[in-house]
Design a protein around this ligand. Structure first.
Ligand code: PEP
Ligand code: MG
Length: 578
């Protein structure tokens, strides 16, 4: 039956294909009732899943051999016993028949009931059996949604899941996945940023979608509109085709702007740099006429692998970025692992109580000197091939920059002694994404040549609102008076001290935020190539002088609604008119 779900648009693009469901380990299933006529099919669905899990466990048992066979076999036997527990089975049947609950919700209720019994036991051994219970219930839940037993890869399919890590997105795309839909997440998470860079449609925050979708179901995904339709009807399919056609037309129109200057209506040139994570991004940035790379996120070299990249491997990547931009400046950001960019090499700490406030960015580089030195040497060696700048993430004050500058000095001396060519002056920049750095800017400005405002983190730290937490709704939003005032102050202080300031957070990639950033005095944007032409088109539609004159009104806005009204008074001039 057709059903539409709305979420948040995280990466635009359209997809039509079969669903591939990946269920969460943690059971979060909301109450769901079924009509009387659905009771028999729901019980049949449950029993088919039970049968499937029984045979999976039998098959796993038969495959066991070697030293661990005995130990693992015991667990599998225990799981098979749990699965056939009369209390569990009877309870499930009753809940569907009498309670008219869906099999999913019945599973959850039974799980919670049995877990409470286990947890109430005196004996540690029984208390620890909750893990086994969860394992069995998880398997059953997965089997409930496994429509076709023959599914292997995800090629040509739409992944529907609880969450997706940045580290797995590139792999999913390489495997041919058409789009990704997640129940949680936010459009400003690192996964969303990467999906945009990969041009992989992504809809996040779709709520209870996992309860309604089975493997093999047909879905239409509208990444730009943040919508997913299960079992699309003729109208949905027509709308999908229209969107594809419109997208193509829009791409063609934007394509014409590749060689056009990023110039406002009153003739001021604005510099548009690109954010990049991969070779493909670099090639795209170059082709679209980016002024250079404003943010090359090096952590993506460290993800999806078990061993750290060594100096030589990093050198090749950085050198190729410089060569790829053929003389336009490349800004290499030092490692910003940690928080939701967790690697599997063991470098980032995984058990921090609050990773966003933990050992990430430059803090991790300071803690792991050998890793930082290797990265710095690789960057300095790449500086011999073209203009390059170094950008430091998560700066909170002067000390971190002094440490970085000393590391650069030492690495330069050592490299030259070894016979390497290193540029004489490599501009050093600080990311302004921790409020303390924004507020105490003048305390370290003498140490840096440029500033890059990371609004993604600045907003989360300033407003105390997790950038990955969908439940916070509009709280995580740059359109807040405090954010605008801080942006204005940083831009103004930078200008007074002749330090160029750019914004490299996702705010710079949002065409609707263009008038606001221009009004605040911004003259450099850095954004992923996917929206570079849209932002160029927007900039070309505004009169900079008029916006600057209206800045006072913007800063007087007292809430989001006031900022919204200001934006409504400064609509984009249609591109045709520009
Ligand atoms: C930011 O915080 O705005 C930023 C550009 O850095 P990242 O998104 O990689 O944390
Ligand atoms: Mg950041």
């Amino acid at each position: 039956m057709r059903r539409a779900f709305s979420g948040h648009a995280a990466s635009k693009g359209n997809a039509l294909g079969h669903a591939r469901v990946r269920l969460p380990h943690v059971f979060e299933i909301a109450e769901q009732q079924i009509p009387p006529e659905a009771v028999a099919p729901e019980r049949a669905r449950l029993h088919a899943a039970l049968e499937q899990v029984r045979s999976e466990l039998r098959a796993a048992r038969e495959r066991l051999h070697g030293a661990l066979a005995h130990e693992i076999g015991e667990f599998l036997d225990l799981h098979a016993l749990l699965l056939d527990d009369p209390d569990l089975l009877q309870g499930l049947d009753d809940l569907i028949r009498e309670g008219r609950y869906s099999a999913d919700y019945a599973l959850r209720l039974q799980r919670d009931r049995l877990a409470a019994v286990f947890e109430g036991m005196e004996d540690d051994y029984f208390r620890s059996r909750v893990e086994d219970l969860d394992h069995v219930i998880g398997r059953l839940h997965a089997a409930l949604h496994r429509g076709r037993a023959d599914l292997t890869g995800v090629a040509g399919e739409i992944l529907v899941t609880h969450a997706v890590a940045p580290s797995e997105l590139a792999q999913l795309q390489a495997q041919g996945v058409l789009a990704v839909v997640t129940t949680g997440g936010s459009p400003l998470s690192h996964s969303a940023i990467l999906a945009r860079s990969l041009h992989l449609p992504l809809v996040v925050g779709t709520g209870d979608i996992l309860q309604h979708i089975n493997d093999g179901d047909v879905l239409v995904v509208d990444g730009g509109g943040g919508r997913v339709v299960l079992a699309p009807d003729a109208d949905d399919l027509r709308a999908y085709r229209v969107r594809r056609r419109d997208d193509k037309r829009e791409r063609k129109q934007l394509h014409r702007l590749r060689r056009e200057p990023t110039r406002t209506l009153d003739g001021v040139d604005i510099r548009l740099y690109a954010n990049a994570e991969s070779r493909a991004d670099i090639a795209e940035a170059h082709a679209l006429g980016a002024a250079g790379l404003g943010l090359y996120r090096t952590e993506f070299l460290f993800l999806q692998r078990d061993a750290l990249p060594d100096e030589d491997e990093q050198f090749v990547a950085y050198r190729d970025a410089v060569l790829g931009m053929t003389g336009r400046t490349v800004t290499i950001r030092t490692l910003d692992l940690g928080a939701d960019k967790a690697d599997r090499t063991g470098l980032s700490l995984t058990r921090e109580p609050n990773p966003a406030l933990g050992c990430r960015g430059v803090r991790l580089s300071q803690a792991r000197d050998e890793v930082f030195v290797a990265q710095m040497r690789a960057i300095l060696r790449a500086s011999a091939y073209g203009p390059l700048r170094i950008l430091v993430p998560m700066v909170s004050g002067r000390e971190e920059l002094e440490h970085v500058a000393a590391t650069i000095r030492r690495a330069r001396t050592a490299l030259r002694a070894e016979g390497h060519d290193v540029a004489d002056h490599i501009p050093l920049g600080a990311m302004i994404e921790v409020p303390s750095a924004a507020l105490a800017l003048t305390s370290f400005l003498d140490l840096v040549d440029f500033l890059s405002i990371g609004t993604n983190d600045l907003v989360q730290y300033l407003l105390a609102a997790d950038r990955n937490n969908d439940a916070l709704g509009d709280l995580y939003n740059p359109l807040h008076p405090a954010v605008l005032r801080l942006l204005r102050d940083v831009i103004r202080t930078g200008r007074r001290h002749a330090k160029p300031v750019s914004v490299c957070g996702e705010m710079a990639a949002d065409p609707s935020a263009v008038p606001l950033l221009l009004a605040l005095g911004l003259e450099e944007f850095s954004l992923h190539p996917g929206t570079l032409l849209e932002v160029r088109r927007a900039i070309r539609g505004y009169d900079l002088g008029a916006l600057r004159r209206a800045c006072g009104g913007l800063l007087r806005a007292r809430d989001r609604a006031g900022i919204g009204r200001w934006l409504a008074r400064h609509p984009l001039v249609p591109p045709e008119a520009s």
